[in-house]
Write a protein that binds this ligand. Structure first.
Ligand SMILES: C[S@@+](CC[C@H](N)C(=O)[O-])C[C@H]1O[C@@H](n2cnc3c(N)ncnc32)[C@H](O)[C@@H]1O
Ligand code: SF4
Length: 420
């Protein structure tokens, strides 16, 4: 029965996501004027990596120092444009690609953001290529550093092409120790459900990480978007989804000792909570940088993926938005139900407070199904199976976002230039 429910949920999510993430292109798409006094989350995207990992479908280009320096400069200009437009921010999330690829440029960009806005929390992604210079430059500028580890097994690191880039598991462990000593909050990402991964393998990864005691751990299920599926299978073996729930239960059990669960895939030490998944904690956010996403009022905005077009737009005084889609109130309610459930933060009281009395009526069918299939208890708290269902939904949502990336990249070459 559970297997059937998972299959139906996957099919339903794929159908909805296909329908809702099919975005048109429009010249002259612009963000609306911000609401007076409102503080949004600011997302900044850094689309460069030195070597690509076979499983990853995030927006990135091959690193070239000169290009990346020019990009950071344009990004700072775009941040100033957002300020001139009247946007205000209290939280920042910097993602990639690899935001830490040029620590000095990143530090300069953070300084600008902090100078223009009263920032309370700043979270930044990093890869395990950690230098002393990086630590010195970023330890007091970044509140939460989220570092991609993926696995602490040397064979797995070789399989994912990360061993040659970032060193063996033991070398990475030494880097994580340094980070934990220097940064306020360090999050470590692990990926589970690699094709040949067993329960013992994932337990081994988690236990090695727990010995280091990072304040936060994120456990991502392997997301096999169509664009990376063949690369994953070539490097790691045939993808089968049959053990994902089993592995997830092992993870919940292992992390219940020492960690509190903050969302379906994020865990932290008691009392520590700082931006895990910014789309969960923030209803509205502005995305700056090539390929960044933003959501304001009822509209999703996507910035241009082409680096030459990005430069052109910003140089001419425009934010870099290129595609958008407006959603109905029902679609927004469905989306909020998904992210609030995923963030373990759903209650009827909150729903009514945020979206008004009619919200419960509008979600009547969805809420009925959640209870019927024992995804939640009668108070809408997720069961273990329910947590897995929302992990699957969020995974499908991320895979769906990859569809947006795929279509946005059409007509752009591998250097980020529009093909004439
Ligand atoms: C976009 S990366 C940025 C971090 C940094 N570049 C690194 O690789 O260490 C953020 C995280 O996304 C996760 N990720 C990327 N591709 C994924 C996939 N196909 N399935 C699951 N997680 C993935 C990884 O855990 C990674 O650490
Ligand atoms: S996982 Fe990180 S380093 Fe690897 S390709 Fe993706 S963004 Fe780049």
């Amino acid at each position: 029965m559970k297997e059937q429910i998972v299959k139906i949920v996957e099919k339903y999510a794929k159908y909805k996501i296909d329908k809702n993430l099919n975005l048109p292109y429009h010249d002259g798409v612009v963000y609306p004027q911000p609401e007076d006094g409102k503080k949004y989350l600011l997302y900044l995207h850094i689309p460069f990596c030195k070597v690509f990992c076979p499983y990853c479908s995030f927006h990135k280009y091959s690193f070239n120092e000169q290009k990346a320096r020019e990009y950071f400069k344009m990004l700072r200009k775009e941040i100033r444009l957002a300020k001139e437009k009247g946007f205000d921010f209290a939280s920042v999330y910097i993602g990639g690609g690899t935001p830490t690829i040029l620590p000095d440029e990143l530090a300069k960009t953070i300084d600008l953001v902090r100078e223009l806005f009263d920032i309370k929390e700043l979270s930044c992604e990093a890869d395990p290529d950690i230098s002393d210079e990086l630590i010195e430059l970023l330890k007091d500028r970044v509140d939460r550093l989220s570092v991609g580890i993926q696995s602490l097994d040397d064979e797995r690191l070789k399989q994912t092409k990360r061993c040659e880039k970032f060193g063996t598991a033991n070398e990475q462990i030494e880097n994580i120790k340094k980070l934990i000593k220097n940064f306020k909050i360090v999050n470590c990402d692990l990926i589970f459900n690699f094709p040949d991964q067993t329960k013992e393998d994932i337990l081994d990864d988690i236990r090695k990480l727990k010995e280091l005691s990072p304040p936060q751990i994120s456990m991502y299920p392997l997301m096999y978007s169509p664009s990376v599926k063949s690369d994953i299978e070539k490097n790691m073996g045939k993808i089968a989804n049959t053990k994902e729930f089993e592995l997830y239960q092992v993870i919940l059990e292992e992390l219940s000792d020492g960690y509190v669960q903050n969302s379906c895939w994020a865990f932290s030490k008691q009392g520590i909570s700082l931006i895990d998944e910014y789309v969960v904690d923030h209803i509205e956010y502005l995305g700056l940088g090539s390929g960044a996403f933003g959501f304001i009022k009822d509209t999703l905005y996507i910035n241009t993926f082409a680096l030459d077009e990005y430069k052109k737009k910003v140089e001419s005084g425009l934010l870099s938005t290129q595609r958008h889609k407006i959603y109905s109130q029902k679609e927004i309610l469905n989306y909020r139900l998904m992210v609030d459930m995923f963030g373990l933060d759903f209650s009827i009281e909150k729903l009514l407070k945020k979206y008004g009395k009619e919200a419960k009526q509008k979600l009547f069918f969805e809420l009925f199904l959640l209870k019927l299939f024992k995804i939640t208890d009668k108070n809408y708290k997720l069961t273990t199976f329910g947590k897995y269902i929302f992990l699957v939904l969020m995974k499908e949502f991320y895979i769906g976002m990859d569809l947006v990336r795929e279509t946005s990249r059409q007509g752009i070459d591998r250097f980020g230039l529009i093909i004439k």
